[in-house]
Design a protein around this ligand. Structure first.
Ligand SMILES: C[S@@+](CC[C@H](N)C(=O)[O-])C[C@H]1O[C@@H](n2cnc3c(N)ncnc32)[C@H](O)[C@@H]1O
Length: 186
């Protein structure tokens, strides 16, 4: 998978960096994938023509005859394996002093889609503790390590900051009420 961002100033005389690779492995075919937690908006064309009849030869007809109609999922489209999330700007609510801090939204998508409450999450390179903060907010168990004492302190401070933790959860509240609004509209 790819984490893609547009908002990075790129100095120097080389390709401008605008992505990082996310290595994604599964131990077996029996895996957690909470797709509804991370659905994305449909594109304009789909919203304009939301109901489509599938020909029985179509790969989307699911073997049904050609009166099968596809309608968009009210919770949004299937997420893509390129996640577009801005890097954290100076002054953002989640910004810490760690130089390579990852955005909450990135970890939120990864953790909510691939774990359930009480699942165990390991991040050996704690940094600013984004993984731990998101895991804690969404009631996952977690284990982590961090080499530098000052970053360990940063992680402790972050996890004890009730405002930060509430803000992480409120991203989900906003998303849930957005989903409810869509469902109510029908
Ligand atoms: C890229 S940063 C992680 C950033 C983190 N994902 C975040 O959102 O803030 C990597 C971190 O791993 C730590 N680190 C490097 N080698 C380590 C090791 N062998 N054991 C534990 N931590 C290590 C570094 O001190 C650094 O803070």
């Amino acid at each position: 998978m790819v984490w893609f961002y547009r908002n990075k100033g790129n100095l120097g005389n080389d390709w401008a960096r605008s992505h990082e690779s996310i290595l994604h492995f599964r131990k077996s075919k029996d895996f957690i994938f909470n797709i509804d937690e991370i659905r994305i908006p449909y594109n304009e064309h789909t919203l304009k023509y939301p109901v489509r009849t599938q020909a029985d030869s179509s790969q989307f007809s699911n073997g049904k005859k050609n009166n099968y109609e596809w309608t968009p999922n009210p919770l949004g489209a299937k997420p893509k394996d390129v996640l577009e999330i801005p890097i954290i700007s100076n002054g953002a609510w989640e910004k810490t002093s760690h130089p390579t801090q990852k955005p909450v939204e990135l970890l939120r998508k990864i953790i909510l889609s691939s774990s359930n409450q009480d699942s165990l999450i390991l991040d050996p390179f704690g940094g600013s503790g984004t993984t731990f903060a998101v895991a804690e907010a969404y009631k996952r168990k977690w284990i982590g390590t961090e080499l530098e004492d000052n970053y360990c302190k940063l992680i402790n401070d972050r996890l004890s900051d009730k405002n930060q933790m509430a803000r992480i959860l409120s991203c989900k509240d906003e998303m849930d009420s957005h989903k409810r609004r869509i469902q109510l509209r029908g």
